[in-house]
Design a protein around this ligand. Sequence first.
Ligand code: HPA
Length: 274
Amino acid sequence: MALELRKQMDDALRFIRTKTSSTPAVGIILGTGLGGLVQEIHKETVIDYSEIPHFPVSTVESHHGKLIFGTLAGKQVVAMQGRFHFYEGYTMKQITFPVRVMKLLGVQTLLISNAAGALNPQFRRGEIMLMTDHINLLGDNPLIGPNDDSLGPRFPDMSEPYSKELLTAAETIARDLGIKVQEGVYVAMPGPNLETRSEYRFLRSVGADAVGMSTVPEDIVAIHMGMRVFGVSIITDECFPETLKPVTLEEVIAIANQAEPKMTAIMKELVARM
Ligand code: HPA
């Protein structure tokens, strides 16, 4: 099985290499309503996920499935426009397959964004949270099964799932650009339903500041393969048990779109200063 994964990665790489010889050091995965960074990329090659061997195909309407090669702030990057979620029915291995291929392409730093609900009562919707750590409550893990030691260790260390160096750089950039940022712990839930009041109370009590349904699988695989990761959550709604109101996907996307320029500015500058 581990050998099979390696073979699938090589198949995908071989196909991509028929389209581009780019060796980006930076990979980008954009979340719900957060595709705007793509406009900032000077595009060189765009490949539909559906063309790439073993790539899953996105099912959520709000996501476009494209792998974008180009330059951002003068640096070679590869961006996933559209990502895969556990609730769509993909396995953890499918969700994280593109991250593994990114590593083969040359990616050493992965930038990830997501839309998340606030659990920390200090947070407000429309704010952005730099991820300092995460809690995996997905009930699954992309590394379960035989380990291919040529890809990464059996028991990856998770003492720094989000790079301290990148976090510090992003804090400086946010200050320089006059953008207010929060920092905190992201908890991943499987979804697709939003959580109950009691679940929000629970998630807050175990130490989470924001809740979402993504990012953690990709982070785990990136760490497994020796990459460093920078994560940003856009706070799209407030998950405070006492004052909880119904939330719609439209609102989540609208708030994400509104807050997105702040995130785009930080990520672009982070790449520029690398
Ligand atoms: N839960 C609650 N609110 C959210 C989520 C979630 O997973 N994602 C974005 N807003």
